[in-house]
Design a protein around this ligand. Structure first.
Ligand code: URA
Length: 247
């Protein structure tokens, strides 16, 4: 007989969302087991024996796990549905039959590397702060930050009463009115890069995520995606950022 597992773990393994997000969905009353809304966190279920609904759609365990790297274009929202009717990232995944979800988010006006998967456990470990997954961005910012500003961003600044973790920064190109900075962070606070530059007086004009760890976009054009293999997944967790040293 199948062993009972926690409801949030079942939802994650079925590709509904990361475990953390699944807990949020449970708490919000979006999950039913055998016809009953479950909001408590301790619920266990027996996969295959009990009927689980998410937003009134039956959840069945996924057979195949897939990992996708998308170059998200600007103007797309990082959700699977949008009440405002804006373009959603999943509409770009033509031919993908598995029900994948984005790992973390990019702002509407941010472009670049976005992972999508139906592997809740992997999503959880990428998002978990203790794993310190490095994310590298190319930010065009107003003006040119002084060496002091760069140093303080690297060491950590107070944002919403909490110090940011150490970051790496390098100015790639300077122009008259703005400059391009390569920044690597390993936290995932909402709008973190924009808030960091705003805090030192250099608002972000455009933002692109170049890489997770050593997994870069390579030659993916905006709107294009590719399936990842196990060796790509390993690169996500790498602490080396070649983009920080390349000219
Ligand atoms: N930081 C931001 O400010 N925006 C993003 O989309 C990603 C990181």
């Amino acid at each position: 007989m199948e062993k009972p597992i926690r409801l949030q773990k079942f939802l994650a393994s079925a590709g509904v969302a990361s475990r953390r997000k699944a807990e949020e969905y449970i708490a919000r009353g979006r999950v039913k087991v055998d016809g009953k809304v479950i909001t408590a966190m301790g619920q266990q279920i027996i996969p295959g024996k009990q009927k689980v609904l998410f937003d009134n759609r039956e959840v069945t365990p996924e057979e195949k796990t897939v990992y996708i790297l998308l170059n998200k274009p600007r103007g797309y929202v990082t959700t699977l549905s949008d009440p405002q009717g804006r373009p959603i990232v999943s509409s770009l995944l033509r031919g993908v039959r598995e029900r994948v979800f984005p790992v973390g988010r990019l702002d509407l006006d941010t472009e670049g590397a976005l992972l999508l998967t139906n592997d809740g456990a992997l999503a959880q470990s990428i998002l978990h702060p203790s794993n310190e997954v490095h994310k590298t961005y190319e930010a065009t910012v107003r003006g040119v930050p002084s060496p002091n500003s760069l140093r303080s961003l690297e060491k950590g600044i107070i944002l919403e009463k909490k110090k940011t973790a150490p970051a790496r920064l390098r100015i790639k190109r300077k122009y008259k009115q703005n400059c391009v900075v390569i920044i690597t962070i390993h936290e995932g606070r909402k709008r973190q890069v924009k808030k960091m530059f705003q805090a030192v007086g250099h608002p972000v004009q455009s933002l692109k995520r170049l890489a997770y760890g050593r997994l870069g976009l390579s030659n993916l054009e905006p709107g294009e995606f590719r399936f990842l293999q196990q060796n790509d997944i390993k690169k996500i967790f790498s602490k080396k950022s070649p983009l920080q040293t390349k000219k």
